[in-house]
Design a binder for this molecule. Structure first.
Ligand code: FPP
Length: 231
């Protein structure tokens, strides 16, 4: 199997998974955390260096208040619960997104977990929270404008611009997986996915465990990546 360096995942289908069982949507998110753990364990085992997860989009703030607060609480609890798993497995934990919209207490917790796991050198797990691709490009353009005011005439090429994005220092994903049968990017890593391979899985996120993850990697392994050139 051809193992990518960076796998990114749009975790989708938690609500439908819960509905199929006659339960509240939040149960789908609870079970989804188990899939996060499974993907993390497989990634360490298979030697994937970066795993990123779209946990909460800027658009998700528009969901019912109870679901938003339930998700925030779940993410905070999961981070605390998984800290020892991160430390035992050499996982560096990173949260990226519009953190100004998160509560002070959640931000303090994120800073603490990020600092404690900063030495993790096997795998970097990136959780995108309050993130959108358009927001990222806009905040990058703002940073570039400030930079140009201070350094008039500075030449900025494509690689230079990518340093202003929140993903600076993280390689672009070679593979993006979206679960639950939906086939769209939903304002995720718009700039970073310019040459990413997409694999769409019909499996709902709470059921996305080792077998489904392996199947997605096998599909990726068959792809012929040419980057617009001729081989
Ligand atoms: C999409 O399913 C899922 C989400 C918006 C939330 C995903 C978040 C988690 C599983 C928590 C992860 C926690 C950590 C610490 C990384 P949906 O609700 O859009 O499902 P639907 O399309 O069936 O309604």
């Amino acid at each position: 199997m051809n193992i990518p360096q960076h796998v990114s995942i749009i975790m989708d289908g938690n609500g439908r998974w819960a509905k199929e069982r006659g339960k509240d949507r939040i149960y789908g998110h609870f079970e989804g955390v188990e899939s996060v753990r499974s993907v993390l364990e497989c990634s360490v085992k298979w030697g994937i260096r970066y795993v990123s997860l779209y946990a909460f989009s800027e658009e998700n703030w528009g969901r019912p208040e109870a679901e938003v607060s339930g998700l925030m609480e779940l993410m905070a609890k999961s981070m605390v619960k998984e800290l020892s798993t991160f430390l035992d497995n050499g996982v560096r934990f990173v949260v990226l997104g519009n953190r100004a919209r998160l509560s002070d207490s959640l931000n303090a917790l994120i800073d603490d977990i990020m600092a404690r796991t900063a030495g993790g050198d096997k795998l970097t797990m990136i959780v995108f929270m309050s993130y959108s691709g358009k927001w990222d490009i806009l905040q990058a353009a703002r940073k570039m404008a400030h930079d140009l005011i201070e350094n008039p005439g500075k030449e900025i090429g494509i690689d230079d611009f990518s340093h202003y994005l929140v993903t600076d220092g993280i390689p672009d994903p070679e593979l993006l997986i979206r679960t639950s049968g939906e086939e769209r990017l939903s304002n995720y890593l718009l700039w970073q996915c310019a040459y990413t391979e997409f694999v769409f899985s019909d499996v709902l996120w709470p059921d996305f465990r080792e077998e489904a993850f392996r199947a997605a990697l096998e599909e990726y392994s068959k792809r012929d990546r040419r980057f617009g050139k001729v081989k």
